[in-house]
Design a protein around this ligand. Structure first.
Ligand code: GRF
Length: 214
């Protein structure tokens, strides 16, 4: 691959991972993802203001204005196509996507989840981890498939669990790791140095090491 991948970041809320990606793209001239669009399904998402302040085009597609998931995903797909998007980055995007949409963007859409998948999918992730009594947790970047939080893993970062941690403590420690992992993983996918082949992630060179953070 050559040139920068035109990339959309999809958010629903505060957008701290989005901000980490914008900072990486702005701070590294050779960063291989060109953040061309930030799109939210919630009109009031705090991340929108942060993106606007950075001069990134933003768009809202309110899921409440659509009859169902298929209609919403069709509008999303149309917006991504209209913007010439090549890579879709989910960053706290709180919508389940239809199989038709995930199939179309397979290998070109990634997500970050605040656990070491396949443990602790879904919501209340840090509560799940603390209830299980694990000593280490972390975060995972993966290709998006139709099954929630189950696509092929691209990268992971590990964080310790401390005695007496609250879910908020673990969330904050994990989030700091997310902000290191996601820009590295998106860069690797944008260059093609990590890609989906026959349902597995394959890497060029030392790519695996750059997204395996302990
Ligand atoms: C992150 O913990 C991410 O892993 C999860 O949702 C949260 C989004 O946070 N998918 P932010 O909006 O990026 O701050």
């Amino acid at each position: 691959m050559s040139g920068k991948r035109r990339t959309a970041i999809l958010i629903s809320g505060r957008g701290s991972n989005m901000a980490a990606l914008l900072d990486a793209a702005a701070g590294q001239p050779a960063y291989p993802a060109d953040i061309a669009l930030v799109l939210s399904n919630r009109p009031g998402a705090a991340g929108l203001a942060r993106a606007e302040a950075a001069g990134i085009p933003t768009q809202v597609i309110d899921h409440k204005a659509h009859a169902g998931r298929a209609e919403f995903d069709a509008a999303l797909d149309a917006a991504l196509e209209a913007a010439g998007i090549e890579l879709v980055v989910l960053a706290g995007f709180m919508r389940l996507l239809t199989p038709g949409f995930t199939e179309k963007w397979l290998g070109r859409m990634v997500n970050i989840h605040p656990s070491l998948l396949p443990s602790f999918k879904g919501v209340h992730v840090h509560e799940q981890a603390l209830a299980a009594g694990v000593r280490f947790s972390g975060c995972t970047v993966h290709f998006v498939t139709a099954d929630m939080d189950a696509g092929p893993i691209i990268g992971q970062a590990v964080v310790p669990v401390h005695p007496g941690d609250t879910p908020d403590d673990l969330a904050a420690r994990t989030l700091a790791a997310e902000h290191r992992l996601y820009p590295a993983a998106v860069a690797l996918v944008a260059t093609g140095g990590a890609r989906l082949e026959a349902g597995r992630t394959v890497y060029d060179g030392d790519g695996w090491d750059t997204v395996t953070l302990t």
